[in-house]
Write a new protein. Structure first.
Length: 354
C-alpha cells in the first residue's frame, strides 16, 4: 500500500474506525506536487491544487472517471477552498480565481505578481481574505467590494475568519491583529506577544485565539478572561492546527504524534494534552478535522495517513508510508469522504462509507 500512489489502480486500505471491513480507496499520480486539496460545498466534487498551477477536479461519485485539468495559474497553487458551487484558488503568482466544477475560470483579483499563499474563506457569508505583505485584501461577503485593511506592523503570516463571518484574525510577528466589521468599516485591536506567529485559529465560540510559533510553542489567548499563556515543548514549529467538530479539542503538528489540547471547561491550562497517531517517528505534516464527528485525519512526513478517534483515543492507519510527505488532507462536508495529497504528486480519495 503506497500513499505516494504511483499507480492509478484501487488501493485497499484497512479502516477499523467502527468495523473491520476493507475500505476501497482510489489513487492518483500527477505531474507536480500536490499542495492543496478541497471538496466542493455539496461534496459532489473534489479538487487538488498542484505546484505547476493546475487545479484537478474530479467527481466524488465517479473517482475513477474523467479528471478535469484546469490550467489556472502561472505559479503554484498553495491554497484551495470550496467557494460557491466550485472552488477558489490562490497562487503564489499573485492571482486569485474562482473555478467552477466545469472548469470555467473567473479572475477575482490580481495582486500584481505579489507572493500570495494565505487564503481564508467564510463558508456561509462568502467572505474572502488574502494576505499580501503587511496588508489583507478583504471581501466582507460574496460579491462585496474589495477592501484593503492594514498595514499591519509586520507581514501577515496567516489569517482566519470568526465563525460568524464578521471578524478576522491575522497572525504576524510579535502578536495578532483582530478585525471586526459588524456594521461599518473594519476596526482593529491588537494582542501582543513577542515572537513569530506562523499560524492562527479561532474557536467557534470566539473565546480562544491560538497561534503556532516559530519557537516551537502554541500561544493562547482567552478573550473572555483576558488571559494568555503558552504551551511549549514541541519538537519543531507546530504550523498545522485543526479543531474537533465540537471545539473541545485542538489538534496541532510539531511532533511525531498529533498533540491535542482540551478546550472544554476552562481550557488547557494545567491539563495534559492527548498524543495520538504515529508513523515510524515521522513528523505530522497535515491535519483536518471531521465536520460532524470526533475524528481527525493526520498526514506525516513519511507518507503515512491515519484517522484519529477522539472518543476511543485511538488512531487507525489509512495507508502505510511511502517516503513522501503528505502535504494536505480534507474531509467532505458530510464527513464520509476524505482526500489527501503528497509531495511527489500522489493523491488519494477514500469513501469511508464504501
Amino acid at each position: 500500500m503506497d500513499p505516494g500512489l504511483r499507480r492509478d489502480d484501487d488501493i485497499i486500505m484497512k479502516l477499523d474506525l467502527n468495523t473491520n471491513r476493507q475500505l476501497m480507496a482510489h489513487g492518483y499520480q500527477f505531474d507536480a506536487p500536490v499542495n492543496a486539496s478541497a471538496f466542493s460545498k455539496d461534496g459532489a466534487h473534489f479538487a487538488f491544487g498542484l505546484g505547476d498551477g493546475h487545479v484537478i477536479i474530479l467527481k466524488s461519485s465517479d473517482p475513477e472517471g474523467e479528471r478535469l485539468r484546469v490550467k489556472a495559474h502561472a505559479g503554484a497553487v498553495p491554497a484551495l477552498k470550496a467557494y460557491g458551487d466550485g472552488f477558489l484558488s490562490l497562487s503564489d503568482d499573485g492571482t486569485l480565481k474562482a473555478i467552477a466544477t466545469d472548469g470555467t475560470q473567473e479572475l477575482i483579483a490580481d495582486f500584481g505578481g505579489a507572493w500570495t499563499e494565505k487564503l481564508a474563506v467564510h463558508d456561509k457569508t462568502g467572505a474572502i481574505a488574502v494576505a499580501n505583505g503587511k496588508n489583507i485584501h478583504l471581501w466582507t461577503a460574496r460579491g462585496a467590494k474589495q477592501r484593503i485593511i492594514g498595514p499591519h506592523p509586520y507581514s501577515v503570516n496567516d489569517l482566519c475568519f470568526a465563525a460568524d463571518g464578521v471578524g478576522l484574525s491575522a497572525a504576524h510577528r510579535d502578536g495578532v491583529t483582530l478585525w471586526s466589521w459588524p456594521h461599518y468599516e473594519p476596526q482593529s485591536s491588537y494582542l501582543e506577544w513577542k515572537g513569530a506567529h506562523l499560524a492562527i485559529t479561532l474557536s467557534a465560540d470566539k473565546r480562544w485565539i491560538v497561534t503556532a510559533m516559530q519557537e516551537g510553542a502554541l500561544h493562547m489567548w482567552n478573550i473572555a478572561l483576558k488571559r494568555d499563556y503558552q504551551m511549549r515543548g514541541y519538537w519543531t514549529k507546530p504550523t498545522k492546527l485543526a479543531w474537533s467538530h465540537d471545539s473541545k479539542w485542538l489538534g496541532s503538528s510539531g511532533s511525531e504524534v498529533v498533540i491535542l489540547w482540551p478546550f472544554d471547561k476552562g481550557g488547557p491550562e494545567g491539563r495534559e494534552a492527548l498524543q495520538l497517531g504515529w508513523s515510524n517517528g515521522a513528523l505530522v505534516s497535515a491535519l483536518a478535522g471531521h465536520p460532524s464527528a470526533p475524528v481527525m485525519a493526520a498526514g506525516f512526513e513519511d507518507g503515512g495517513l491515519v484517522l484519529i478517534d477522539l472518543i476511543k483515543r485511538k488512531a487507525f492507519n489509512l495507508s502505510t508510508p511511502s517516503g513522501h510527505v503528505v502535504t494536505t488532507c480534507a474531509f467532505a462536508g458530510s464527513g464520509c469522504k476524505v482526500i489527501a495529497g503528497v509531495q511527489n504528486g500522489g493523491a488519494v480519495f477514500a469513501d469511508l462509507e464504501s
